[in-house]
Write a protein that binds this ligand. Structure first.
Ligand SMILES: NC(=O)CC[C@H](N)C(=O)O
Length: 309
C-alpha cells in the first residue's frame, strides 16, 4: 500500500509543488481567478476508511468538470444506460472540453461523450426533478452520499460568475435544442449546470468519492452499495478515455488510472480496488488540468506502480 503516513505524502507534495509555477489559474470564469496558484493538496482514501493527506485539507475548490462524472452516474441510476446513450456518445473527441466543432459534424448530431461540456449539459438535462431547486437538491444529496458528508453546498459566487459569462455553453445548448437532444429552457439548464459545477469540496471529499468508484460502487464505511457496479465501471471507463480532456491519452500512458479533472484545479482519481485520490491545485496547464496535480500523480504512479495497464 502506498503512503501510509502523511510525512511520506508531504515529501512528494513538496517536490511536485514547484510545478505550480508553470501553470495559471482559470480566469474565463471570473470568480475562479481568485484562487491561489501556489496551493496544492492531496488526500488518499483507503478501503478500510483510513486516509492520509498533505497540504491544506480544509481548502475548498469547486467541482467544475469533476461534476460531469457524478451527474453521469446519477443520470444512469435515474434513467438507465439506454436512455442516456440515446443522447450522448461513448467516444473521445481529442478536442478541448468546450469545443463546438464536432457537435456540428457528428452524425447523428449528438455530443460525442458525457465528459465534454456539450455532453455534460445533455446529461444534466436528464437529472430528474420538477424544478431547478429539486434537481440541484438531487445532485447535492447524491454527492453527500458519495462523500459521506452532509456539509456539501455550492458557491453562489462561482455559480453566478459562470452563469453570467457562459456564452459558449449557451450556444452549445441552443445547438442541442435545435437537434432535439435537449428540450428544456436553456437559461434553466444553465442555472442548474453552473450550480452543479460550483459545488464545493476539499481534496479529502474527492478522495472519498474516488474510493467509492474504486470499490465498484461500495461505500467504504457503511459497506453498502451506493451505485450499481455497472455504473461505477462505466464512469471509470469514461474517466480513462476522456477524464483529462484532450490530455487523456498522455495521462493514461504516464499515470494509467481513471481520473477526472476540473478547471478549478481538482482531480478525482480511482485506483481500482486499492484507493481513491483527491487533489486540489488551481494552477492549470494549457489543456486545463492541474499542472502540479498531474505531476504528483505521475510521481505516485511511478513510485507505487499504480498503472492498471
Ligand atoms: N473543464 C471544466 O472544468 C469546465 C467546467 C466549467 N463549468 C465550464 O463549463 O466551462
Amino acid at each position: 500500500m502506498p503512503c501510509q503516513t502523511n510525512i511520506e505524502l508531504e515529501n512528494l507534495l513538496k517536490e511536485a509543488k514547484q510545478y505550480t509555477k508553470m501553470g495559471k489559474v482559470a480566469d474565463y470564469i471570473p470568480a475562479l481567478s481568485k484562487a491561489n496558484p501556489d496551493d496544492l493538496s492531496i488526500a488518499i482514501y483507503y478501503p478500510d476508511g483510513k486516509y492520509v493527506f498533505a497540504g491544506n485539507i480544509e481548502e475548498k475548490i469547486t467541482l467544475q468538470s469533476i461534476s460531469k462524472v457524478l451527474t453521469l452516474a446519477l443520470a444512469l441510476i435515474q434513467r438507465g444506460e439506454e436512455f442516456v446513450f440515446s443522447k450522448v456518445g461513448y467516444e473521445p473527441t481529442g478536442d478541448p472540453f468546450n469545443s463546438i466543432v464536432k457537435l456540428e459534424i457528428s452524425n447523428p448530431s449528438k455530443p460525442l461523450n458525457p465528459m465534454i461540456n456539450a455532453g455534460a449539459l445533455a446529461v444534466t438535462h436528464m437529472i430528474e426533478g420538477h424544478s431547478v431547486e429539486e434537481r440541484l437538491s438531487n445532485i447535492l444529496s447524491f454527492i453527500q452520499l458519495l462523500t459521506g458528508s452532509e456539509d456539501i453546498h455550492y458557491s453562489k459566487e462561482v455559480a453566478q460568475s459562470e452563469f453570467e459569462t457562459s456564452h459558449l455553453n449557451r450556444s452549445l445548448c441552443y445547438f442541442m435544442k435545435q437537434h432535439g437532444i435537449i428540450d428544456e429552457n436553456v437559461e434553466e439548464l444553465l442555472d442548474l449546470y453552473t450550480k452543479q459545477c460550483a459545488i464545493e469540496v476539499n481534496c479529502l471529499d474527492l478522495a472519498r468519492i474516488g474510493i467509492v468508484f474504486a470499490l465498484g460502487g461500495i461505500d467504504p464505511i457503511t459497506k453498502e452499495r451506493v451505485m450499481p457496479e455497472y455504473v461505477a465501471r462505466l464512469c471509470k471507463t469514461f474517466m480513462v478515455t476522456c477524464g483529462m480532456y484532450n490530455a487523456s491519452g498522455e495521462f493514461a500512458v504516464r499515470v494509467g488510472i481513471p481520473a477526472k479533472s476540473g478547471v478549478s484545479g481538482g482531480i478525482l482519481g480511482a485506483v481500482p480496488n486499492r484507493f481513491g485520490i483527491g487533489i486540489s491545485g488551481p494552477a492549470l496547464d494549457d489543456k486545463g488540468n492541474s499542472v502540479a496535480g498531474v505531476k504528483l500523480l505521475e510521481m505516485l504512479a511511478e513510485k507505487y506502480s499504480l498503472s492498471m495497464f
